[in-house]
Design a protein around this ligand. Structure first.
Ligand code: COA
Length: 390
């Protein structure tokens, strides 16, 4: 029995800042961002958007299509948690009016937790083949203004329906994973911006890839020649490209720069204009590949590398299913990405500095352009959400 990703839907903020705007403000050559790190725009969440609204908006098309009726497991992967106790997935469960017979939990391990969710969901479906799981990865990447990480912010959520006989991608059983206790990126509970040792994190990302690949290759007997495309975790698009090149070099796998670029390029298109979505990033990459590749990917094997600082890496693979294009939300996603509002530098900084009140008072937040749900206010320390659809 094949198990894997049956549907995949995405949401990001309706606002973005062009990295040229950041470059001007920081007196940096814009080519450093456009070419050096391979990023063009980053999505900025409005004050009435958070990981819950991004997630619920991502999963909303699945609800509308009646795809959530058989879901009995909801895994919410994030490193932008809003509560130390209550799982963000429970708010989403409520907003999407999902059946109460459902296990709901939040997962954390930096940008890796979406993959942990996917693998746990596959285990659940293996035991309950007639049931489905919903895995949502939702994050807001935030670094201090003026820091090296600033240009690698972004936000977005991906909702994945996991089932037997999936219509998009069957996940193969072999995987290689790797854990090491390192401090390359972290965010203590008292901070709203992440701390990162950027150069070190790039080294650890690559080391974890080499180690994960080793185990995957031993278990599967596959070589790089067995893959048609790759999707890597994308903190910034250059990182994914560099890591693949390092792996190929290490394995003495001969290919030109152009050939190597072509294996990843389609997977990087969405991230280049949304920025880092942490736990959702690799899955934004997968969507970008499935939705923008011109050739039919049915039957093709995709290599997937997930990385979360701290750190955990995992290399695994999936095979794209026949007829997959019919089950994508390509037009909706393109429409969203093409119709966002560009922020000025001042608007970006004002939104960045808008903090959620913490005094337990009553607050109603101004309405910005969001998806079908918004974070409408806060009352006595309780977050309030509003559905903008019937
Ligand atoms: N034109 C073209 N390229 C340029 C350039 C210009 N004018 N100026 C600089 N560059 C290139 C640099 O050569 C470098 O490329 P290289 O890495 O191939 O050598 C790249 O742009 C970045 O420049 P650098 O000086 O290294 O940038 P930085 O010190 O400001 O930081 C990061 C870059 C990526 C380390 C930083 O943005 C960061 O920490 N991001 C977060 C990383 C992260 O998310 N890690 C956690 C998960 S993996």
């Amino acid at each position: 029995m094949n198990i894997g990703i049956d549907r995949l839907s995405f949401h990001t903020s309706n606002y973005y800042v062009d990295l040229k705007t950041i470059a001007e403000a920081r007196s940096v050559d814009p080519e450093k961002y456009y070419i050096g790190i391979g990023q063009e725009k980053m999505s900025i969440p409005s004050p009435d958007e958070d990981v819950v609204t991004l997630a619920a908006s991502a999963a909303y098309p699945l609800m509308k299509d009646g795809e959530l009726d058989d879901v009995e497991l909801l895994l919410f992967a994030t490193e932008s948690g809003i509560d130390q106790s209550k799982a963000a997935g429970i708010y989403v469960h409520g907003l999407l009016e999902m059946p109460s017979r459902c296990r709901t939990v939040e997962l954390k391990q930096a940008c890796y937790s979406g993959t942990a969710g996917l693998q746990f969901a596959i285990g659940f479906v293996a035991r309950n083949p007639e049931k489905k799981a919903l895995v949502i990865a939702s994050d807001i990447a935030r670094y201090e203004l003026g820091s090296p990480g600033e240009a690698t912010q972004g936000c977005g959520a991906v909702a994945m329906l996991v089932s037997a006989n999936p219509r998009l991608m069957a996940i193969e059983p072999e995987c290689g994973y790797y854990t090491a206790d390192v401090m390359d990126f972290w965010r203590p509970n008292y901070r709203s911006e992440a701390l990162v040792d950027g150069k070190y994190s790039a080294m650890v990302y690559i080391h974890a890839l080499l180690e994960s690949w080793k185990q995957y290759a031993e278990l599967s007997n596959r070589t790089l020649a067995d893959f048609d495309r790759f999707c890597y975790h994308i903190p910034f698009t250059k990182m994914a490209e560099k890591a693949y090149q390092k792996l190929a070099q290490k394995l003495k796998f001969k290919m030109s720069k152009e050939e190597s670029h072509a294996l990843l390029e389609e997977s990087l298109r969405y991230s280049r204009i949304t920025g880092n979505c942490y736990a959702a990033s690799m899955y934004v990459g997968l969507l970008s590949l499935l939705e923008t590749a011109e050739d039919d990917l049915a039957g093709k094997r995709i290599g997937l590398y997930s990385y979360g600082s701290g750190c955990v890496g995992e290399f695994f693979s999936g095979v794209v299913q026949p007829g997959y294009r019919e089950f994508l939300y390509t037009d909706q996603h393109r429409n969203l990405l093409e119709n966002r509002t560009k922020l000025t530098y001042q608007q970006y900084e004002d939104i960045f500095n808008y903090g959620v009140p913490t005094d337990g008072g009553e607050y109603v937040f101004p309405q910005y352009k969001t998806g079908p749900f918004r974070f409408s206010g806060i009352s006595q320390h309780k977050r309030e959400y509003e559905s903008l659809v019937d």
